[in-house]
Design a protein around this ligand. Structure first.
Ligand code: SF4
Length: 317
């Protein structure tokens, strides 16, 4: 990280500034239901194990997810993670390859049901506005970090094969990643199969190692995450995904938000193409009691601050 990057002199949006200065007891706590734009429940088709369906506000429609980590392998232990990571980490198991034939069969079935309309009748989708009742993308994702899947490139190849076969209409691919393994040859080989309209959504929740330790409890340092994002984003645009939550009663403060914005500016200065910054909070049940959802109002204030500091396109979800 460069210490010389110029950061514009701005002040925090009033609400964020006020939050950072408020005594803990006065700060907002658990969200009201109306704070949540979408509950985002996911569901599997009967018998399916590797492919699931979720209504995604960030995707603005239905996202069909390919789970490359049924084994829940991850090198983070985020406080907001929906997966109870302690048990899998304690077991010390190495990531296992996915069965790409099963994956392709399940994906074909889900996409076919979406296009013939039968899946749109499911309770999670039927009541949505028309513009949300559409396939937005197929997400390479997982119950862990998808790029740790030992046969990542083979899995991507099987999805790309299905797309090329034309059995179902064309779909966009999105990789959702914590960016820690983007430098691995296995992952680079898989990403070579992505076309220009496919997307990479890269997690960046912190601007300092200390804050990252608090939120993500990573096995990989922030410097490597930033280096990986930079290397990839010099070649193709990336979407930065940033989750902000209240942890142990503390909001993200102005110092951390400023450092986070500095890291984005350093990426930009290094040649990274950042098409969008997605700011969001934990909307699904998570295992840890250490963190809590932030309201849309607070997220909007954080977004306004990041927009002002970086000049990037920033959206709240
Ligand atoms: S990176 Fe994703 S899967 Fe891994 S701990 Fe964080 S939220 Fe969970």
């Amino acid at each position: 990280m460069s210490a010389t990057t110029a950061i514009p002199a701005v002040s925090l949006a009033p609400g964020v500034a006020a939050l950072a200065e408020k005594p803990e007891a006065d700060r907002p706590h658990t969200p009201n239901q109306e704070d949540l734009a979408f509950g985002c429940p996911r569901f599997f088709l009967p018998e399916a194990k590797q492919v699931y369906v979720v209504v995604s506000s960030r995707a603005r429609g239905v996202s069909v997810g390919v789970n490359l980590n049924p084994d829940q392998s991850c090198n983070f232990d985020c406080c907001y993670c929906e997966v109870g990571r302690r048990l899998t980490q304690a077991a010390g198991l190495a990531p296992v390859p996915v069965n790409t034939q099963t994956l392709a069969a399940e994906l074909t079935e889900a996409l076919t049901q979406l296009h013939n309309g039968s899946l749109l009748q499911s309770p999670a989708i039927a009541g949505l506005p028309a513009e949300m009742r559409r396939l937005a993308h197929v997400a390479i994702s997982g119950d862990g970090e998808p790029t740790l899947c030992p046969n990542f490139s083979e899995a991507v190849e099987s999805v790309v094969h299905l797309r090329a076969a034309g059995i179902v209409p064309f779909f966009k691919l999105v990789l959702i990643t914590n960016s820690t393994a983007l430098d691995l040859a296995e992952v680079r080989n898989g990403l070579r199969l992505f076309i220009r309209s496919d997307e990479i959504w890269a997690k960046l929740d912190a601007g300092t190692q200390a804050f990252m330790d608090r939120i993500n409890q990573p096995e990989v340092p922030l410097t490597r995450v930033l280096a990986n994002i930079l290397q990839l984003a010099r070649v193709r645009p990336v979407v930065i995904q940033s989750m902000f939550v209240e942890t142990e009663g503390a909001m993200p403060d102005r110092v951390e938000l400023t450092e986070y914005a500095k890291r984005l500016n350093e990426l930009k200065a290094g040649g990274a193409q950042i098409s969008l910054v997605q700011i969001y909070s934990a909307t699904r049940p998570h295992h840890s009691r250490r963190c809590r959802h932030l309201s849309l109002r607070v997220l909007s204030e954080i977004a306004a601050f990041v927009r002002q500091m970086t000049g990037l396109r920033v959206e709240v979800f």
